[in-house]
Design a protein around this ligand. Structure first.
Ligand SMILES: Nc1nc2c(ncn2[C@@H]2O[C@H](COP(=O)(O)OP(=O)(O)OP(=O)(O)O)[C@@H](O)[C@H]2O)c(=O)[nH]1
Ligand SMILES: [Mg+2]
Length: 234
C-alpha cells in the first residue's frame, strides 16, 4: 500500500527535509478524498468550495446544476492528498437525477446553512435525512457550516442554537464567511479538519487500487485546482 512517506522522513537524519523521498515521487500514489457539500440553494456552497479550492470569492454565481467538481491537493504530514470537492445543487430540479452520485463512495459530508436565513437551518434535518437515506456509513465524518457570518446585522440563527444542533448530530460546527477574506483560513479549516480525520481513520484506498469500486460519475466540470500545504488544524 502506498502512503506518504512522512514517517520515513521523521527519523531520517540524513539532512533531507521531511516528506516523500523525491526519488520515489513517481511511485507514491495520491489518495483521493471525496467530500460533498450539501444544503439549501443560495446558502453559499459554491462560494465556500471556490474559496477553498481557488482561494477567492467568486464575483458572481449562478445556481449549480447537477454538480460542480473542484479539486485541491493538500499536504499533511508529508502525504499529498487530493481533496475532491463535490459542490452540489441546492435546487431540487437541478439535483434530483444526481443524488445517487453525490452519496456514492463519499468520504465526508459538509452540511451548509445560511446564518441569515432561518429556513436554511431548519431544513438541515431534511438534508440529514437524505444523507441517512443513502446508507452513508456512520464512520463518514460530517460537519456543519454556518455561512455568511460577514452579514452581522442580519443574523437569524444564533450560534447557541446551531451548536446544540451540531452536538445532537455529532458534528463539529464552523461559522464562517466565504466572502470575507479574513475568514479564508477558517474555510480551509473546515476541509482540512475533515482530511485530517480521514487520514487518521483508516487506510483509504488509493486511486487505481483494486477493490475501490468504480464510480459511474457524471462528467465533472473541473473549474480550478490549487495546491496548498497545511498542517492538521484539529
Ligand atoms: N455576504 C455573503 N454572501 C455570500 C457568501 N457566500 C455566498 N454568498 C452569496 O450568496 C449567493 C449564493 O451563493 P452560492 O454559492 O451560489 O449558493 P449555492 O449554495 O451554491 O446555491 P445553489 O447552487 O443554488 O445550491 C451569491 O449571491 C453569493 O455571492 C458569504 O459568505 N457572505
Ligand atoms: Mg451552487
Amino acid at each position: 500500500m502506498s502512503r506518504g512517506a512522512g514517517g520515513m522522513a521523521a527519523g531520517g537524519g540524513g539532512g533531507r527535509p521531511p516528506g516523500p523521498d523525491p526519488a520515489l515521487e513517481p511511485y507514491v500514489q495520491t489518495r483521493i478524498f471525496k467530500i460533498i457539500v450539501i444544503g439549501d440553494s443560495n446558502v453559499g456552497k459554491t462560494c465556500l468550495t471556490f474559496r477553498f479550492c481557488g482561494g477567492t470569492f467568486p464575483g458572481k454565481t449562478e445556481a449549480t446544476i447537477g454538480v460542480d467538481f473542484r479539486e485541491k491537493t493538500v499536504e499533511i504530514e508529508g502525504e499529498r492528498i487530493k481533496v475532491q470537492v463535490w459542490d452540489t445543487a441546492g435546487q431540487e430540479r437541478f439535483r434530483k437525477s444526481m443524488v445517487e452520485h453525490y452519496y456514492r463512495n463519499v468520504h465526508a459530508v459538509v452540511f451548509v446553512y445560511d446564518v441569515t436565513k432561518m429556513s436554511s437551518f431548519t431544513n438541515l434535518k431534511t438534508w440529514i435525512e437524505e444523507c441517512n437515506g443513502h446508507a452513508v456509513p456512520p464512520l463518514v465524518p460530517r460537519v456543519l457550516v454556518g455561512n455568511k457570518c460577514d452579514l452581522k446585522d442580519l443574523i437569524q440563527v444564533p450560534s447557541s442554537l446551531a451548536l446544540k444542533f451540531a452536538d445532537a448530530h455529532n458534528m463539529l460546527l464552523f461559522e464562517t464567511s466565504a466572502k470575507d477574506p479574513q475568514e479564508s483560513q477558517n474555510v480551509d479549516a473546515i476541509f482540512m479538519c475533515l482530511v485530517c480525520r480521514l487520514k487518521a481513520q483508516r487506510s483509504l484506498p488509493c486511486r487505481d487500487t483494486e477493490g475501490w469500486p468504480a464510480q459511474p460519475q457524471p462528467q465533472p466540470r473541473r473549474l480550478d485546482e490549487a495546491s496548498g500545504k497545511g498542517s492538521c488544524p484539529c
